[in-house]
Design a protein around this ligand. Structure first.
Ligand SMILES: *[C@@H]1O[C@H](CO)[C@@H](O)[C@H](O)[C@H]1NC(C)=O
Ligand SMILES: *[C@@H]1O[C@H](CO)[C@@H](O)[C@H](O)[C@H]1NC(C)=O
Ligand SMILES: *[C@@H]1O[C@H](CO)[C@@H](O)[C@H](O)[C@H]1NC(C)=O
Ligand SMILES: *[C@@H]1O[C@H](CO)[C@@H](O)[C@H](O)[C@H]1NC(C)=O
Ligand SMILES: *[C@@H]1O[C@H](CO)[C@@H](O)[C@H](O)[C@H]1NC(C)=O
Ligand SMILES: *[C@@H]1O[C@H](CO)[C@@H](O)[C@H](O)[C@H]1NC(C)=O
Ligand SMILES: *[C@@H]1O[C@H](CO)[C@@H](O)[C@H](O)[C@H]1NC(C)=O
Ligand SMILES: *[C@@H]1O[C@H](CO)[C@@H](O)[C@H](O)[C@H]1NC(C)=O
Ligand SMILES: *[C@@H]1O[C@H](CO)[C@@H](O)[C@H](O)[C@H]1NC(C)=O
Ligand SMILES: *[C@@H]1O[C@H](CO)[C@@H](O)[C@H](O)[C@H]1NC(C)=O
Ligand SMILES: *[C@@H]1O[C@H](CO)[C@@H](O)[C@H](O)[C@H]1NC(C)=O
Length: 870
């Protein structure tokens, strides 16, 4: 795989300086990575596991629809056109209101009386499937209670290729298995609660820089096209696509295609990604929705597998759409085949019915654009003045769960014995990360600032806090209850006062520090979404160094969106404990107090590696365009070697390894046993699909599609109707008149029966059923050798054995409560997929001939037990 991107790599080193960017540095198109076409776009399978009822209901409904109604389902009404962050057209004739597509993966965005949950990354640190599922369920309930149809989450892209990646916290972990479990459990939770989940961002969306041309202009770079993530087939399958397979297998109703390009083809019109990988190979039955403004073509994106455009306009507030009227015309003139518009409508409605929704959905009771009770329902048009916010309280008792998840996701990185605290005589809390944002927890738009304690990072993946328990508030309350003396200095910038406080006798000093990041449309302290470095913010390192030079009992608590460099101070003897508290959500202070005082015995495990230096990670964000005015090229030339796989391979220096975390008790591992199952040999899928069905009929007379005379035209709103029955004038497409044969790839409109891929399932979302056969069951005994009860997170790793394989890869884990002196059994499985590599020639998963070893232990580097798989 090494030589694949050699040319692009060469160029990236030759044009690192912004000033040198110019057309002369642009690479020849022929030297860039390309994406193979894959057509036609697969249609739904009536027999797909878990989708049969939904398919039948969708077919009954879609069969009644007119072409205009189908187009309405697929096309957003435009940015700020309705109450949610995205909505499609309604079908008033049949009583279906517009569907509400709404953020975020931590809570209902821009609303009120909703909860703010811990980040996906913090949930991952619990290594607890049940908590991940309960978090999803609670978020699904809150979304439903507000009238949200599709919750825009959870996230497996970014996966976390670069620790600086701005949105890594929204997802789970750079390990595909941990992310796969996280995304699947979250999806099941959200959808069991009656809300459609949206697995995003598909795929290769690993950095914020250059994901959008307009955004890049905002920080000083003129590029004609978005970044291209160049990912080889093996890496795609073994790393980035892996968790999406789990999402599809969990029955996810929608997938969001991402902003950037993959192999120089935009993700929302890349047929290899959408038609081939997602719909053919993984057997995805739901609908693909574009990220906001990630669609760049009309008919081409339709045949490449896009099913819904969000928010519907070509760019925000143009009043024009690649779909809408254009899609109506495109179907009538045969550019977009009839089966394709029918399949789009089927996929949307099947996802809708699959989660138990009925046509008479309760109304949307909040408005994203304002917290005013009354206002225009069409925000940008300032039309339709009515009550738009009903201030419905959807929190239930979710605060209890939030507190538990953030406590159980807190990782104890160091403890010389000072923790847990027990009625300490005197607690001194230091740092602005312990206190409030004095302007209020929701004062910065989309949390685009780092003021006060970091309980949520920034961007669209946010929600308004109903309240925020700061560490200071919770620790103060604990101190008062205990009769401890308590003082806090809630700024990093009072060294004299801090020194005189922490030098006093009997002090337990707790220093709170953080590192923030977020989405690329907001710049915080020169961080354009992605972090510009891996150090602590607001002089956090100096603060820790100062306090620990003055006080021999310094505890450090870190809130961050990923690893930070702790190399300079972590081993100071005066630093008696270090905790990573992630991005905890609204109960932050209570959660950390529970851990510090031992009400929760810590058992979180770090879901990423803490490298010793920035360079030790081996990958970094591309901060400067490397292809002149063309699409910046980000070559994933490290292959599957990110995070711990890289550290193991390169023997790069690290401080805390993936999967590491301490407890207040101790555990011993023994007695590994392996049991082989006999699920039979792998059977490649054969056969073909049925031909594409169509549902209903449509008129080819354009007069039937012009605006109804009684319609009240809303400013900038996107409709399925035409202004005139003259197609060219109605479309205003500058290239109007080209036929499908002239500008669409071969087979793009083919509706005949198609061969099934050998790796794909016969009606089994997630891929070939045999991939999920259990091949081995591994057990081990774990004894709590300490004096208090605690949870242990045993982890199963596998060595695939080949010369190009990582040393070990995580394959299973559990979180088990064990009482002192007791022994519990850890039981883990290895499926055929777990044991396989992706064979690029065969285009299938294959178990190699190399000897395989399974390891059980408490982190990726503490693997006490091992067994060779026979
Ligand atoms: C990208 O290009 C590489 C190298 O040719 C290839 O292995 C991979 O399948 C391509 N991926 C996509 C999505 O086109
Ligand atoms: C399409 O959606 C719009 C907005 O919800 C609605 O006003 C219109 O009636 C719908 N058109 C059809 C044909 O259902
Ligand atoms: C149709 O799409 C083209 C771009 O392909 C766009 O320029 C035009 O404005 C669209 N027409 C309508 C009616 O939205
Ligand atoms: C408090 O500090 C004094 C002076 O160092 C020491 O004698 C005493 O033992 C300390 N008490 C506790 C509870 O740490
Ligand atoms: C790293 O970035 C943070 C946040 O912008 C900033 O506070 C800090 O000074 C930077 N560190 C270095 C060493 O430049
Ligand atoms: C650390 O202490 C030095 C010396 O007192 C002071 O100049 C500096 O501002 C302090 N920095 C922080 C962040 O506390
Ligand atoms: C540890 O703290 C003491 C004050 O209690 C100080 O004298 C000493 O220099 C500190 N040591 C380090 C390594 O910072
Ligand atoms: C579509 O089919 C229905 C039911 O057979 C029929 O009433 C209607 O006229 C047809 N419409 C068109 C446009 O062909
Ligand atoms: C269609 O007509 C409306 C109302 O007159 C106008 O605002 C809009 O710009 C027109 N759209 C096109 C594509 O001409
Ligand atoms: C068909 O309609 C689409 C969408 O407006 C347009 O892009 C295309 O040029 C049209 N083709 C013909 C042959 O009219
Ligand atoms: C188009 O489909 C036919 C069979 O349906 C196949 O033989 C041919 O290779 C396809 N062409 C392309 C370019 O994919």
């Amino acid at each position: 795989m090494k030589s694949l991107f050699a040319l692009a790599l060469l160029a990236s080193s030759s044009s690192a300086i912004a000033a040198s960017i110019g057309p002369e540095h642009q690479l020849y198109k022929r030297d860039l990575a390309t994406s193979d076409p894959s057509y036609p776009s697969p249609w739904m399978d009536p027999e797909a596991d878990g989708w049969e009822d939904a398919y039948a209901k969708a077919r009954a409904f879609v069969s009644q629809l007119t072409l205009l109604e189908k187009v309405n389902l697929t096309t957003g009404v435009g940015w700020e056109g309705e109450q949610c962050v995205g909505q499609n057209g309604a079908i008033p004739r049949l009583g279906l209101r517009s569907l509400c597509m709404h953020d975020s993966p931590v809570g209902v965005r821009g609303s009120d009386f909703n909860s703010v949950f811990p980040s996906g990354q913090t949930a991952a640190a619990t290594f607890d499937r049940i908590l991940m599922n309960r978090r999803g369920y609670a978020m699904g309930e809150e979304a439903k209670g507000k009238g949200v149809t599709v919750l825009l989450g959870p996230v497996a892209g970014p996966l976390g290729r670069m620790p600086e990646g701005g949105r890594n916290w929204e997802g789970f972990s750079p390990d595909p298995v941990l992310t796969g479990v996280g995304i699947a459990e979250t999806i099941k939770g959200i959808q069991d609660a009656g809300t459609i989940a949206c697995a995003k961002h598909f795929i290769g969306n690993e950095q914020e820089h250059f994901r959008q041309v307009g955004e890049a202009r905002g920080y000083g770079f003129r590029i004609a096209e978005s970044l291209s993530s160049n990912i080889d087939d093996k890496t795609m399958h073994e790393l980035y696509l892996w968790p999406f397979a789990d999402a599809v297998r969990a029955g996810v109703g929608s997938v969001m295609c991402s902003y950037q390009q993959v192999n120089n083809s935009y993700a929302c019109q890349n047929s290899k990604l959408l038609n081939d990988l997602l719909k053919n190979e993984l057997g995805f039955q739901g609908f693909v929705m574009s990220d906001w403004q990630a669609q760049h073509t009309g008919a081409a994106s339709a045949v490449a597998g896009l099913d819904m455009t969000m928010p519907g306009d070509t760019e925000f507030n143009t009043g024009r759409s690649f779909w809408g009227a254009n899609l109506t015309i495109g179907v009538v003139n045969g550019t977009v085949p009839e089966y394709r518009i029918d399949d789009m409508a089927m996929r949307i409605m099947a996802a809708f019915f699959k989660v138990g929704k009925t046509i008479d959905q309760p109304p949307i009771n909040f408005d994203f654009w304002t917290s005013d009770t009354y206002g225009p329902v069409h925000w940008v048009a300032k039309q339709g003045y009515q009550q738009i916010n009903y201030h419905v309280d959807v929190q239930a008792d979710h605060g209890v769960l939030i507190r538990e998840i953030a406590a159980k996701g807190t990782v104890l990185l160091k403890n010389t014995g000072v923790l847990p605290l027990s009625k300490p005589k005197f607690v001194a809390v230091i740092g602005d990360d312990a206190g409030p944002n004095i302007r209020g927890p929701n004062s910065c738009s989309d949390r685009g600032c780092d003021d006060g304690t970091l309980a949520m990072a920034w961007g669209s993946g946010t929600a308004n806090f109903p309240y925020l328990v700061t560490p200071d508030a919770a620790l103060l309350a604990q101190a008062v209850a205990d009769g401890s003396r308590y003082e806090s200095i809630l700024t990093n910038y009072a060294p004299a006062q801090t020194r005189s406080l922490v030098q006093q006798a009997n002090v337990t000093a707790i220093v709170f520090v953080n590192a923030d990041s977020g989405e690329g449309y907001i710049n915080v302290d020169s961080n354009e979404g992605d972090r510009r470095n891996l150090t602590l913010w607001r002089n956090g390192d100096d603060l820790v160094k100062n306090v620990s030079s003055w006080c021999s009992n310094t505890i450090v608590v870190i809130h961050s969106t990923g690893p930070v460099l702790v190399t300079d101070w972590y081993d100071s003897p005066n630093i008696t404990a270090i905790l990573w508290a992630g991005i905890p959500g609204q109960e932050s202070g209570n959660s950390i107090t529970d851990v510090l005082y031992g009400k929760v015995n810590p058992s979180g495990r770090t879901p990423f590696t803490w490298g010793a230096t920035r360079e030790s990670f081996g990958t970094d964000v591309l901060y400067t365009p490397n292809n002149g005015a063309g699409a910046p090229q980000q070559d994933f030339s490290e292959g599957v070697f990110i995070d711990y796989r890289h550290f193991d391979k390169a023997d790069a220096p690290l401080i805390y390894e993936f999967g590491y975390g301490l407890s207040y008790t101790t555990f011993e591992y023994s007695n590994i046993q392996v049991q082989k199952s006999n699920p039979g040999t792998y059977t490649p899928t054969t056969g073909t699909t049925a031909a594409a069905p169509t549902f209903g009929n449509f008129s080819t007379d354009l007069n039937d599609y012009v605006f109804p005379s009684n319609l009240q035209y809303v400013y900038q709103y996107i409709y399925p109707y035409l202004n005139t029955s003259d197609a060219r004038n109605a479309s205003q497409d500058p290239h109007f008149g080209q036929t499908a044969a002239e500008f669409l790839p071969p087979n793009a409109t083919d509706s005949t029966s198609q061969p099934l891929l050998r790796s794909s399932g016969k009606s089994t979302p997630g891929g070939n059923r045999k991939l999920y056969d259990v091949m081995y069951t591994i057990t081990a005994d774990i004894t709590n050798t300490g004096s208090i009860a605690g949870d242990e997170v045993p982890q199963l790793y596998l060595s695939l054995g080949g010369p190009d394989d990582p040393k070990v890869v995580l394959r299973d884990f559990d979180r088990i409560r064990i009482n002192p002196g007791q022994t519990s059994q850890f039981r883990a499985t290895l499926t055929r997929r777990d044991l396989s590599n992706w064979d690029t020639t065969l285009q299938d998963w294959v178990v190699s001939e190399y000897p395989k070893t399974a390891y059980v232990g408490s982190s990726s580097r503490k693997l006490d037990l091992s067994v060779v798989l026979a």
